[in-house]
Design a protein around this ligand. Structure first.
Ligand code: GLN
Ligand code: ZN
Length: 753
């Protein structure tokens, strides 16, 4: 029976999200929240029992984040939260309150899930507390009969390596202090009757770290008590170097991701030889397509290991996929038949497990098996997936380069656009007010018709243009009021892309995303943004910047089909976005921004794959923008805090202007551009849009002066850090007014010099 690494927790209908938001706003009391948590756990255990899963997780539930839970379990909350206790303290760390700042959050490996970065210090005390886990264990025991439960914990290496030392030291130096805490925790769990533990160590899949590798044996020798069945689970990549050490420790089984880390196949024999079990991550835990059951079974059979030593598993926790197809009523039935969300994956795992072991199938499984085979067959030939014209286009001549070198292009653009030194602009979106959302919702639900909807959106655009003119910005935008999301919006228009109704995946806390499903050849039957952008341009004499999402971001924030190479899919997407670029340009739009917010987060976890990703990512951006004439100015925007190791790729993208986030980081990011001797134009953020605070003119002047210390005025643009969609007009108008005033004041000083 299959081993389940972890199950989603937000709820099939996002029940946890709504309960949390109710609790935070005071509409639900603590008891009510805890009851929702309990019901969700029960339901998730039940789903896994129904699917006859084994090794069900006892601690995969969380009110916010599993790393934050570990901070509580290990008793290493930062001092400043010590005045609070329990759930109050937990949410203060997660969200901040009047007296506390929230802990920083960042992305969990290369997923779209965010975890809290524990803040540790030299001499950090750890005070392990097993009570909350034991409560869950009892709840599990009362509810689930037969199936084995295991307690999920993040392992000591991953916990420390993902932490930050506030005193600047290396968090791994705290290993000697954290080891006794883990040992005590595991002993306590064992004494209370827990008989299996899952320690997650995804850190082992990164490029080898000598400190980590050198300590694995000793640490695991220390923390694993005899007689407690212990699984060490890795995921998202191969973990070969760590496996060499792990086989010499007392752990019982090692989890390997065989989908995203095929190199792991080489580790299996070694694990088997040492008499340990392999948790074989064979069904993709991060993507949504059905498995080819026959292929999976054949792969398992080919492994050099006794079936008794192998447990069939998903490649990672199922946290990263939506719950179930059961509530999807609008998806085309064919597309639906090619999909497997978490609940459907449980069935796949059972089927694979039975076939692998040569067990007899019951009628229900026979049916599943047949459905799987025929869906896979139809997927190979369906005209919904395979679009001949797109395939031919990929074979034909593709324009991959702009016509002139950047320096000459920029000269022509300056002639055409005539913008002043230190031009001012924004990143694209303006406040998504409740009114804006209401209008989109009313249209979606058929309460207003298309012409009424368009009229309302045009009114929002009118307002945005008027504000931008009054504020005195140089390059205007239309405001993105028609977009719920920068990826999903484009997904609606593209052939080969489908949207689910309930395919939510937790991003952080109560926040979820609903990634589009790229199921087939992507092409763009008709313009996606043209009308709105042209309308906006018709309302102003200033240049209007058209807004698109780039191909890499489209792919990185979607579920991408697994039956075609990433390169081909990216190229198709690039051609589709490129069609929009061409249409905008042909209609007279002189500036087009192609956002690549997710360019960096798509980087592979291991160095060995980075060059290839970079090549395809850069090529795709270039294909999307190569048809822009030299006089058409291409912008891109990325919101990261670290460009140092990707400067070459940024330069190779060959955008005329790139806007970056610098308000919170001072000159640090811009220095990467200076050190690289970057020759194109750079828009620097001088206004932190993440905070409701309105920066003063003086403050932004100081920011601009600071930027001018590292970059010439002739190449700098001035803008906010990112889009303004989460802000209110009451914040945006004065902030932009101050930004423009600050820029003008600096300009006059530069001209005087
Ligand atoms: N153009 C988008 C906006 O302004 C960019 C969003 C982003 O970078 N995440 O909202
Ligand atoms: Zn941004």
């Amino acid at each position: 029976m299959p081993y389940i690494i972890g199950y989603p927790r937000i709820g099939e209908k996002r029940e946890l999200k709504f309960a949390l938001e109710g609790y935070w706003s005071g509409n639900l009391d603590r008891k009510g929240l805890e009851e929702v948590g309990r019901q969700l756990r029960q339901r998730h255990w039940q789903s896994q029992e129904e699917a006859q899963a084994q090794y069900i997780s006892i601690n995969d539930f969380s009110y916010y984040d599993q790393m934050l839970d570990m901070v509580t379990i290990l008793g290493c909350e930062p001092e400043e939260y010590r005045d609070l206790t329990g759930l109050e303290r937990y949410f203060a760390m997660a969200r901040g309150d009047k007296r506390h700042k929230a802990l920083p959050m960042t992305k969990w490996f290369n997923t779209n899930y965010h975890y809290f970065v524990p803040q540790l210090r030299h001499g950090q005390p750890f005070a392990p507390n097993a009570t909350p886990i034991l409560a869950l264990f009892r709840e599990f025991q009362e509810r689930v009969e037969g199936a084995k439960g295991k307690v999920n914990l993040i392992g000591p290496f991953t916990f420390l390596a993902l932490s930050r030392r506030v005193d600047g030291g290396d968090p791994l130096e705290l290993l000697p202090a954290i080891v006794p805490a883990y040992r005590q925790l595991l002993q306590e769990l064992q004494r209370a009757g827990v008989n299996a533990i899952q320690l997650e160590e995804p850190i082992f899949v990164l490029d080898p770290n000598p400190t980590i590798l050198g300590s694995i044996q000793e640490v695991y020798q220390e923390i694993v008590p005899a007689g407690l069945e212990t699984f060490l689970i890795t995921y998202f990549e191969r973990a070969n170097e760590a496996v060499e050490q792990l086989v010499k420790t007392p752990i019982d089984g090692i989890g390997l991701d065989l989908v995203h880390g095929p190199g792991n196949l080489d580790a299996i024999e070694e694990i088997a030889k040492h008499g340990k079990r392999v948790v074989a991550g064979i069904v993709d835990g991060r993507n949504v397509w059905i498995s080819d059951i026959d292929k999976k079974v054949a792969l398992l059979r080919s492994l050099p290991i006794d079936p008794d030593q192998l447990l069939v598993a998903p490649s990672s926790s199922l946290l990263h996929v939506p719950y179930t197809l059961r509530h999807e009523h609008k998806l085309h039935p064919a597309i639906k038949s090619w999909l497997a969300f978490a609940r459907e994956k449980l069935d796949e795992l059972r089927l694979i497990d039975r076939l692998y072991r040569g067990e007899e199938l019951d009628p229900e499984d026979v049916q599943l098996y047949e459905a799987n085979r025929s869906a896979n067959e139809r997927r190979q030939s369906s005209t919904m997936i395979h679009h001949e014209a797109t395939k031919e286009r990929l074979q034909g001549e593709i324009k991959r380069e702009r016509d002139l070198p950047a320096q000459e292009r920029l000269r022509l653009q300056h002639e055409r656009l005539g913008y002043p030194i230190l031009p001012t602009t924004t990143i694209g979106s303006f406040p998504q007010t409740p009114e804006v959302r209401r209008v989109r919702k009313a249209y979606r639900e058929g309460k207003i018709d298309k012409s009424q909807y368009e009229e309302r959106i045009r009114a929002f655009i009118d307002q945005a243009i008027q504000v931008q003119e009054e504020v005195g910005l140089d390059i205007l935008v239309h405001g993105e009021f028609e977009r719920n999301d920068m990826v999903e919006y484009f997904g609606q228009f593209l052939e080969g892309v489908a949207l689910s109704e309930h395919g939510w995946v937790q991003s952080y806390g109560s926040r979820c995303v609903k990634p589009p499903l790229i199921f087939g050849d992507v092409h763009r039957p008709e313009p996606m943004t043209l009308e709105w952008i042209l309308y906006a341009q018709s309302k102003t004499d200033k240049p209007l910047k058209g807004m698109l999402t780039g191909p890499v971001t489209m792919l990185n924030w979607s579920f991408v089909r697994d039956d075609l190479s990433w390169e081909e899919i990216a190229t198709q997407m690039a051609l589709a976005i490129g069609d929009e670029v061409a249409d905008l340009q042909d209609s007279g739009i002189a500036i087009i921004q192609v956002d690549e917010a997710a360019f960096k987060e798509g980087y592979p976890l291991r160095q060995e794959h980075r060059k290839e990703y970079e090549r395809i990512a850069v090529e795709s951006f270039k294909i999307a923008t190569a048809r822009a004439k030299p006089q058409t100015q291409i912008h891109t925007h990325m919101c990261y805090s670290d460009f140092n190791d990707i400067m070459e790729a940024i330069d190779a993208m060959d955008a005329d202007v790139i806007s970056i986030e610098t308000a919170r980081n001072g000159n640090r990011i811009l220095e990467a551009f200076r050190n690289y001797n970057y020759q194109k134009e750079v828009g620097v953020g001088v206004y932190d849009i993440h905070s409701p605070r309105i920066p003063s003119q003086e403050e932004m002047e100081a920011e601009i002066v600071k930027r001018l210390e590292v970059f010439p005025a002739s190449k700098l643009w001035i803008n906010p850090d990112c889009g303004l969609k989460t802000r209110r007009w009451e914040e945006v108008i004065p902030a932009l007014t101050n930004m423009v005033a600050a820029t003008k004041s600096i300009r006059s000083r530069i001209v005087q010099l």
